[in-house]
Design a protein around this ligand. Sequence first.
Ligand SMILES: [Fe+2]
Ligand SMILES: [Fe+2]
Length: 348
Amino acid sequence: MSGYEPFVHGLHHVTLVTSSERVNRLFYTEVLGLRRVKLSVNQDDIYHRHLFYGDENGTSGSVITFFEWPHLVRGRPGLGSPHHLAYSVVSVDALRKWASWLRRNGVSVSGPHFHHGRVSIYLRDPDGVLLELTTKADEEPQAVLEMFRKETRVDAVSSDMRLTLMDHASPLATGAALLERFLSKTLGLRLVSRRENPHDPSSAILSFGTDESDFLRYLLKPSTRMGFVGVGNIHHIAVKVADEEEQKKIMRVLDSIGVRHSGIIDRFWFKSLYFRDPFGNLLEVATEGPGYTVDEPQESLGTRLILPPWLEPERTRIEEALRLIDEQHPAKWPPNYPPAPEEPERPE
Ligand SMILES: [Fe+2]
Ligand SMILES: [Fe+2]
């Protein structure tokens, strides 16, 4: 027994970096079928946008967010810069439809790939972000391959294809024992499984989570280099807790073991606490509520620029800065999609 409560109950959101609001919006709404649930600015860099996409209500666990930094160079996955992000899909049939739909839109797709009772496809978004769509498979690989060979015309993201829940995020690490001790002590997460990586015999997949789900799937590779966060990479991974009391408990644990953290920050739609794991990956612990409908109605979520109250006095200057960004960085749509890797979960 670890003696620690599981404070954390799944992913809250994952935040990445894009070079273009327009291309990003068209891809995540028109191609991936998500809804923009908030259009705002980066609260730590207020003259740049922060974009939020998710299900119809912006339910935590469905939300992927982006900082728009057009001037930034491409990032590189490695320590401190997580590798990929996966959404759940309801069935193999829905996954097969996704492959057809994505290819029809010019997106390069890798797969189906089989691992440990699951089947996944992989793609890169226009900025190069590696995304996985995954589902549980009762079918044998041969039967799945036959299903994928059946080409059907998919004209839209149908209701059975909707992406409503993230399955896992995969940062990189070089040491299993330290990682397990850290995640258990700070977040109450347990090591659910340790498996070989089917795409790379020199690395392993360590899945952390609760009894219900494993949502942090670290790729463990002793030779991993430092990465750096830039365009096309994950900036941080947020896990969820019920309320601020839970955040305070985690903060006390961090203090007791000497891990630096941000303190609790009010992001208006939720409260946040940030710190790094022992391998430099930025983690956030965010509260479930109050949620994205606290400052605009559900029907019109994400349709206009929302600023938290303390930034309203800056609105004119902010809108001018965003207009200049759009003027200086014209966007091309449809984009040339980067190719999806043949062995997608192989760390560089
Ligand atoms: Fe994965
Ligand atoms: Fe965040």
